[in-house]
Design a protein around this ligand. Structure first.
Ligand code: ZN
Length: 154
C-alpha cells in the first residue's frame, strides 16, 4: 500500500509523545478517508489537542465515529513506532518533503508507525501505539474551508 501525505516538521517544541503520536495516526486516517492533506496547523497538549485541515465541510457524526474506530484500531494493533533515516535524495522519491525546511540537512528522519503511516518528523513519539491509550474526538467545527478536530486521550 502506498503511504500518502505530507510531512510534519516539529522543531523547538516539546510535544506530548502520546498525543503527538495520535496526531500522526489521525492525519494518516484523514488522508485515507477523505484524500485531504495532513493537518496544516495543530496544537498538541497533554489534556486536549486540535488539528486543522483544509476541507470543504464539517464531519458527520458517522464520520467522527469511523475516524475514532480507525485510529483506535491502529492503536490496539500495537504497531511499532520506528525512526529511520534517509538521505534527502532518497527520501524525496519516497515521501512528500514539500514542507521540509531548506536547512533540514542531508539526513531526513522518517517516523514509521507500523505499515500505516510514514512521514518526516523531528518530534517525540511513543515506541508502541498501545501506549497512546484510547483516542476520542471531543468536537469538530468548520469555518472558512478549515475543519478543526479537537481530541483527547482516555
Ligand atoms: Zn512526529
Amino acid at each position: 500500500m502506498e503511504i500518502n501525505g505530507n510531512q510534519e516538521i516539529k522543531s523547538n517544541k516539546q510535544y506530548h509523545p502520546q498525543m503527538h503520536s495520535a496526531e500522526h495516526i489521525l492525519n494518516q486516517t484523514m488522508v485515507r478517508m477523505f484524500n485531504c492533506g495532513r493537518s496544516f496547523s495543530n496544537h498538541i497538549e497533554k489534556k486536549k489537542s486540535k488539528c486543522d485541515y483544509h476541507f470543504s465541510r464539517n464531519l458527520t457524526e458517522q464520520e467522527i465515529k469511523e475516524i475514532e474506530l480507525k485510529v483506535n484500531n491502529v492503536i490496539q494493533q500495537d504497531m511499532m513506532v520506528k525512526e529511520e533515516f534517509y538521505l534527502k535524495d532518497e527520501a524525496e522519491t519516497k515521501f512528500n518533503l514539500s514542507k521540509l525546511p531548506d536547512d533540514a540537512g542531508e539526513k531526513i528522519r522518517i517516523i514509521k508507525i507500523g505499515d500505516y503511516d510514514a512521514c518526516p518528523c523531528s518530534g517525540q513519539h511513543v515506541s508502541h501505539t498501545i501506549e497512546i491509550g484510547t483516542f476520542k474526538i471531543i468536537s469538530t467545527d468548520y469555518r472558512d474551508n478549515v475543519l478543526r478536530v479537537r481530541f483527547k486521550l482516555l
